[in-house]
Ligand binder design. Sequence first.
Ligand code: DOR
Ligand code: ZN
Length: 438
Amino acid sequence: MLNILIKNGHIVDPSEGLDGTGHIIIENGKIKEIALDSGGKKEKSRPIKTTPSGRKALRVFEAHGLFVIPGLIDMHTHLREPGYEYKETIKTGTMAAVSGGFTNICAMPNTNPVNDNSSVTDFIIRKAIQEGACTVYPVGSITKNQNGEELAEMGIMFSEGCIAFSDDGKPVMNSLIMRRALEYSKTYDVPIISHCEDSNLTEGGVMNEGLLSFTMGMGGIPSEAEETMVARDIALAGLTKGKLHIAHVSTAGSVRLIRQAKESGIPVTAETCPHYFTITEEAVQTYNTNAKVNPPLRARKDLEALQEGLKDGTIDVIATDHAPHHRDEKRMEFDRAPSGISGLDTALSLSLKLVQEGTITFSQLIEKMAQNPARILGLKKGKLKVGHTADVVILDVHKEYTIRSEQFLSKGRNTPFDGWNVKGKPVATISKGKLYEW
Ligand code: DOR
Ligand code: ZN
């Protein structure tokens, strides 16, 4: 592994108080030195007295005009391996992650077999070490086979390396099981990531319920299908004091409920995804199955509430919910196609749009895509800090480009953003000390 010197980049890490031009030295996969020129945070500034010459070969990366930020952490990725390798593998999914600026990702358990036991957890961890371009943290299922009926062996999966539990893709409809999961999660201090959906209310639905679903003649999914479960889980988090994290928030009502819960001191955190704050249900008007996702794309008022929630801190995290599907599966009638959007390749550029529009600051973006996920997951990651694993993104915020799904490193080309012109792209990502350049 090459040692790396990143020169003259604009280093930004709000968690470390870093904001200024300087240098970073990476040695043996770890951050060895961070040195800001004058004007940065003084106590973190150390002039480079020596370069690691005479030790290992040094790669010098000239980052003038570029931002240097912590590697991003995706709390919500579907890697599909084991079982659905035709959609994505650990190898292709982690390559897509790294090209999108993510150096740590959480693999959701709805694989085949489901990650509901330690042998599947162990398989994912081993495979990711062998073939993964970035670090993969498995998320174990809450219930056996994600059936919602019987708790999985959370303790053993935690010992094997699961860092959170979720039945994502499906809700935990039984409130007693959810209560127990929140209670057990306290023992391990890990989050329960809740896919909030009342499956009785969503039955037969394929898009947001409203005037558009009515005129298109499609089954609707009301906002209340999400919000009733958000309200239930908040109540259970209040009861148990377990660590609740709400996945893929899509409605204005959910934002309100989470805001109120936080105000009253209930331990809840939440994420939303770029598609929910960038586009609305209008994207499915042409029966474009690449815009079919669960929860569905919502109305303008929901998009605005999500942006407000990101701005005021109600929504802690921007996650991708990267859900790759095969082209042939998406090439079907709208109501028969699977739900999901491939998000790793585009998440950072779409989130930077919020910064460009003045909705959130660049620091907030880093908080929501690195620092907060690390805090919620209890990881010593998401920071530019001496001694930490070298997970770093070198970002050109001015680079304009057109999203071309055929250029994705993910096998999943299912995106409603194909052909969009966006601004801001990683030019290099350093993952576990290894440099990837595009
Ligand atoms: O759209 C979705 N796709 N939502 C989910 O909850 C699951 C995911 C998938 O696994 O494809
Ligand atoms: Zn998901």
